[in-house]
Design a protein. Structure first.
Length: 76
């Protein structure tokens, strides 16, 4: 028995330490995406959904050409 807070007896066992370690370790194992998704969804709302559906910007096509053959006179 351990006495804490002005005489309240609290039983102390070796098993309670293992339980405390599991409780402390469990939140560090979870991924932030899962834990934060509820708050992010509520705050981001429709503005991000609209931006995802916009037509992507297209760039000019750059054709890939084979290298030009080297003239025989320059290759010596």
């Amino acid at each position: 028995m351990m006495v804490r807070k002005a005489g309240i007896a609290i039983p102390k066992s070796s098993q309670s330490i293992d339980l405390i370690c599991v409780i402390i370790k469990k939140p560090t194992i979870t991924r932030a995406g899962v834990a934060a998704s509820y708050g992010i969804t509520a705050t981001s709302g429709a503005k991000n959904v609209v931006s995802r559906k916009q037509i992507p910007v297209t760039t000019d096509a750059k054709p890939v050409r084979a290298p030009s053959p080297t003239p025989d006179a320059d290759s010596i």
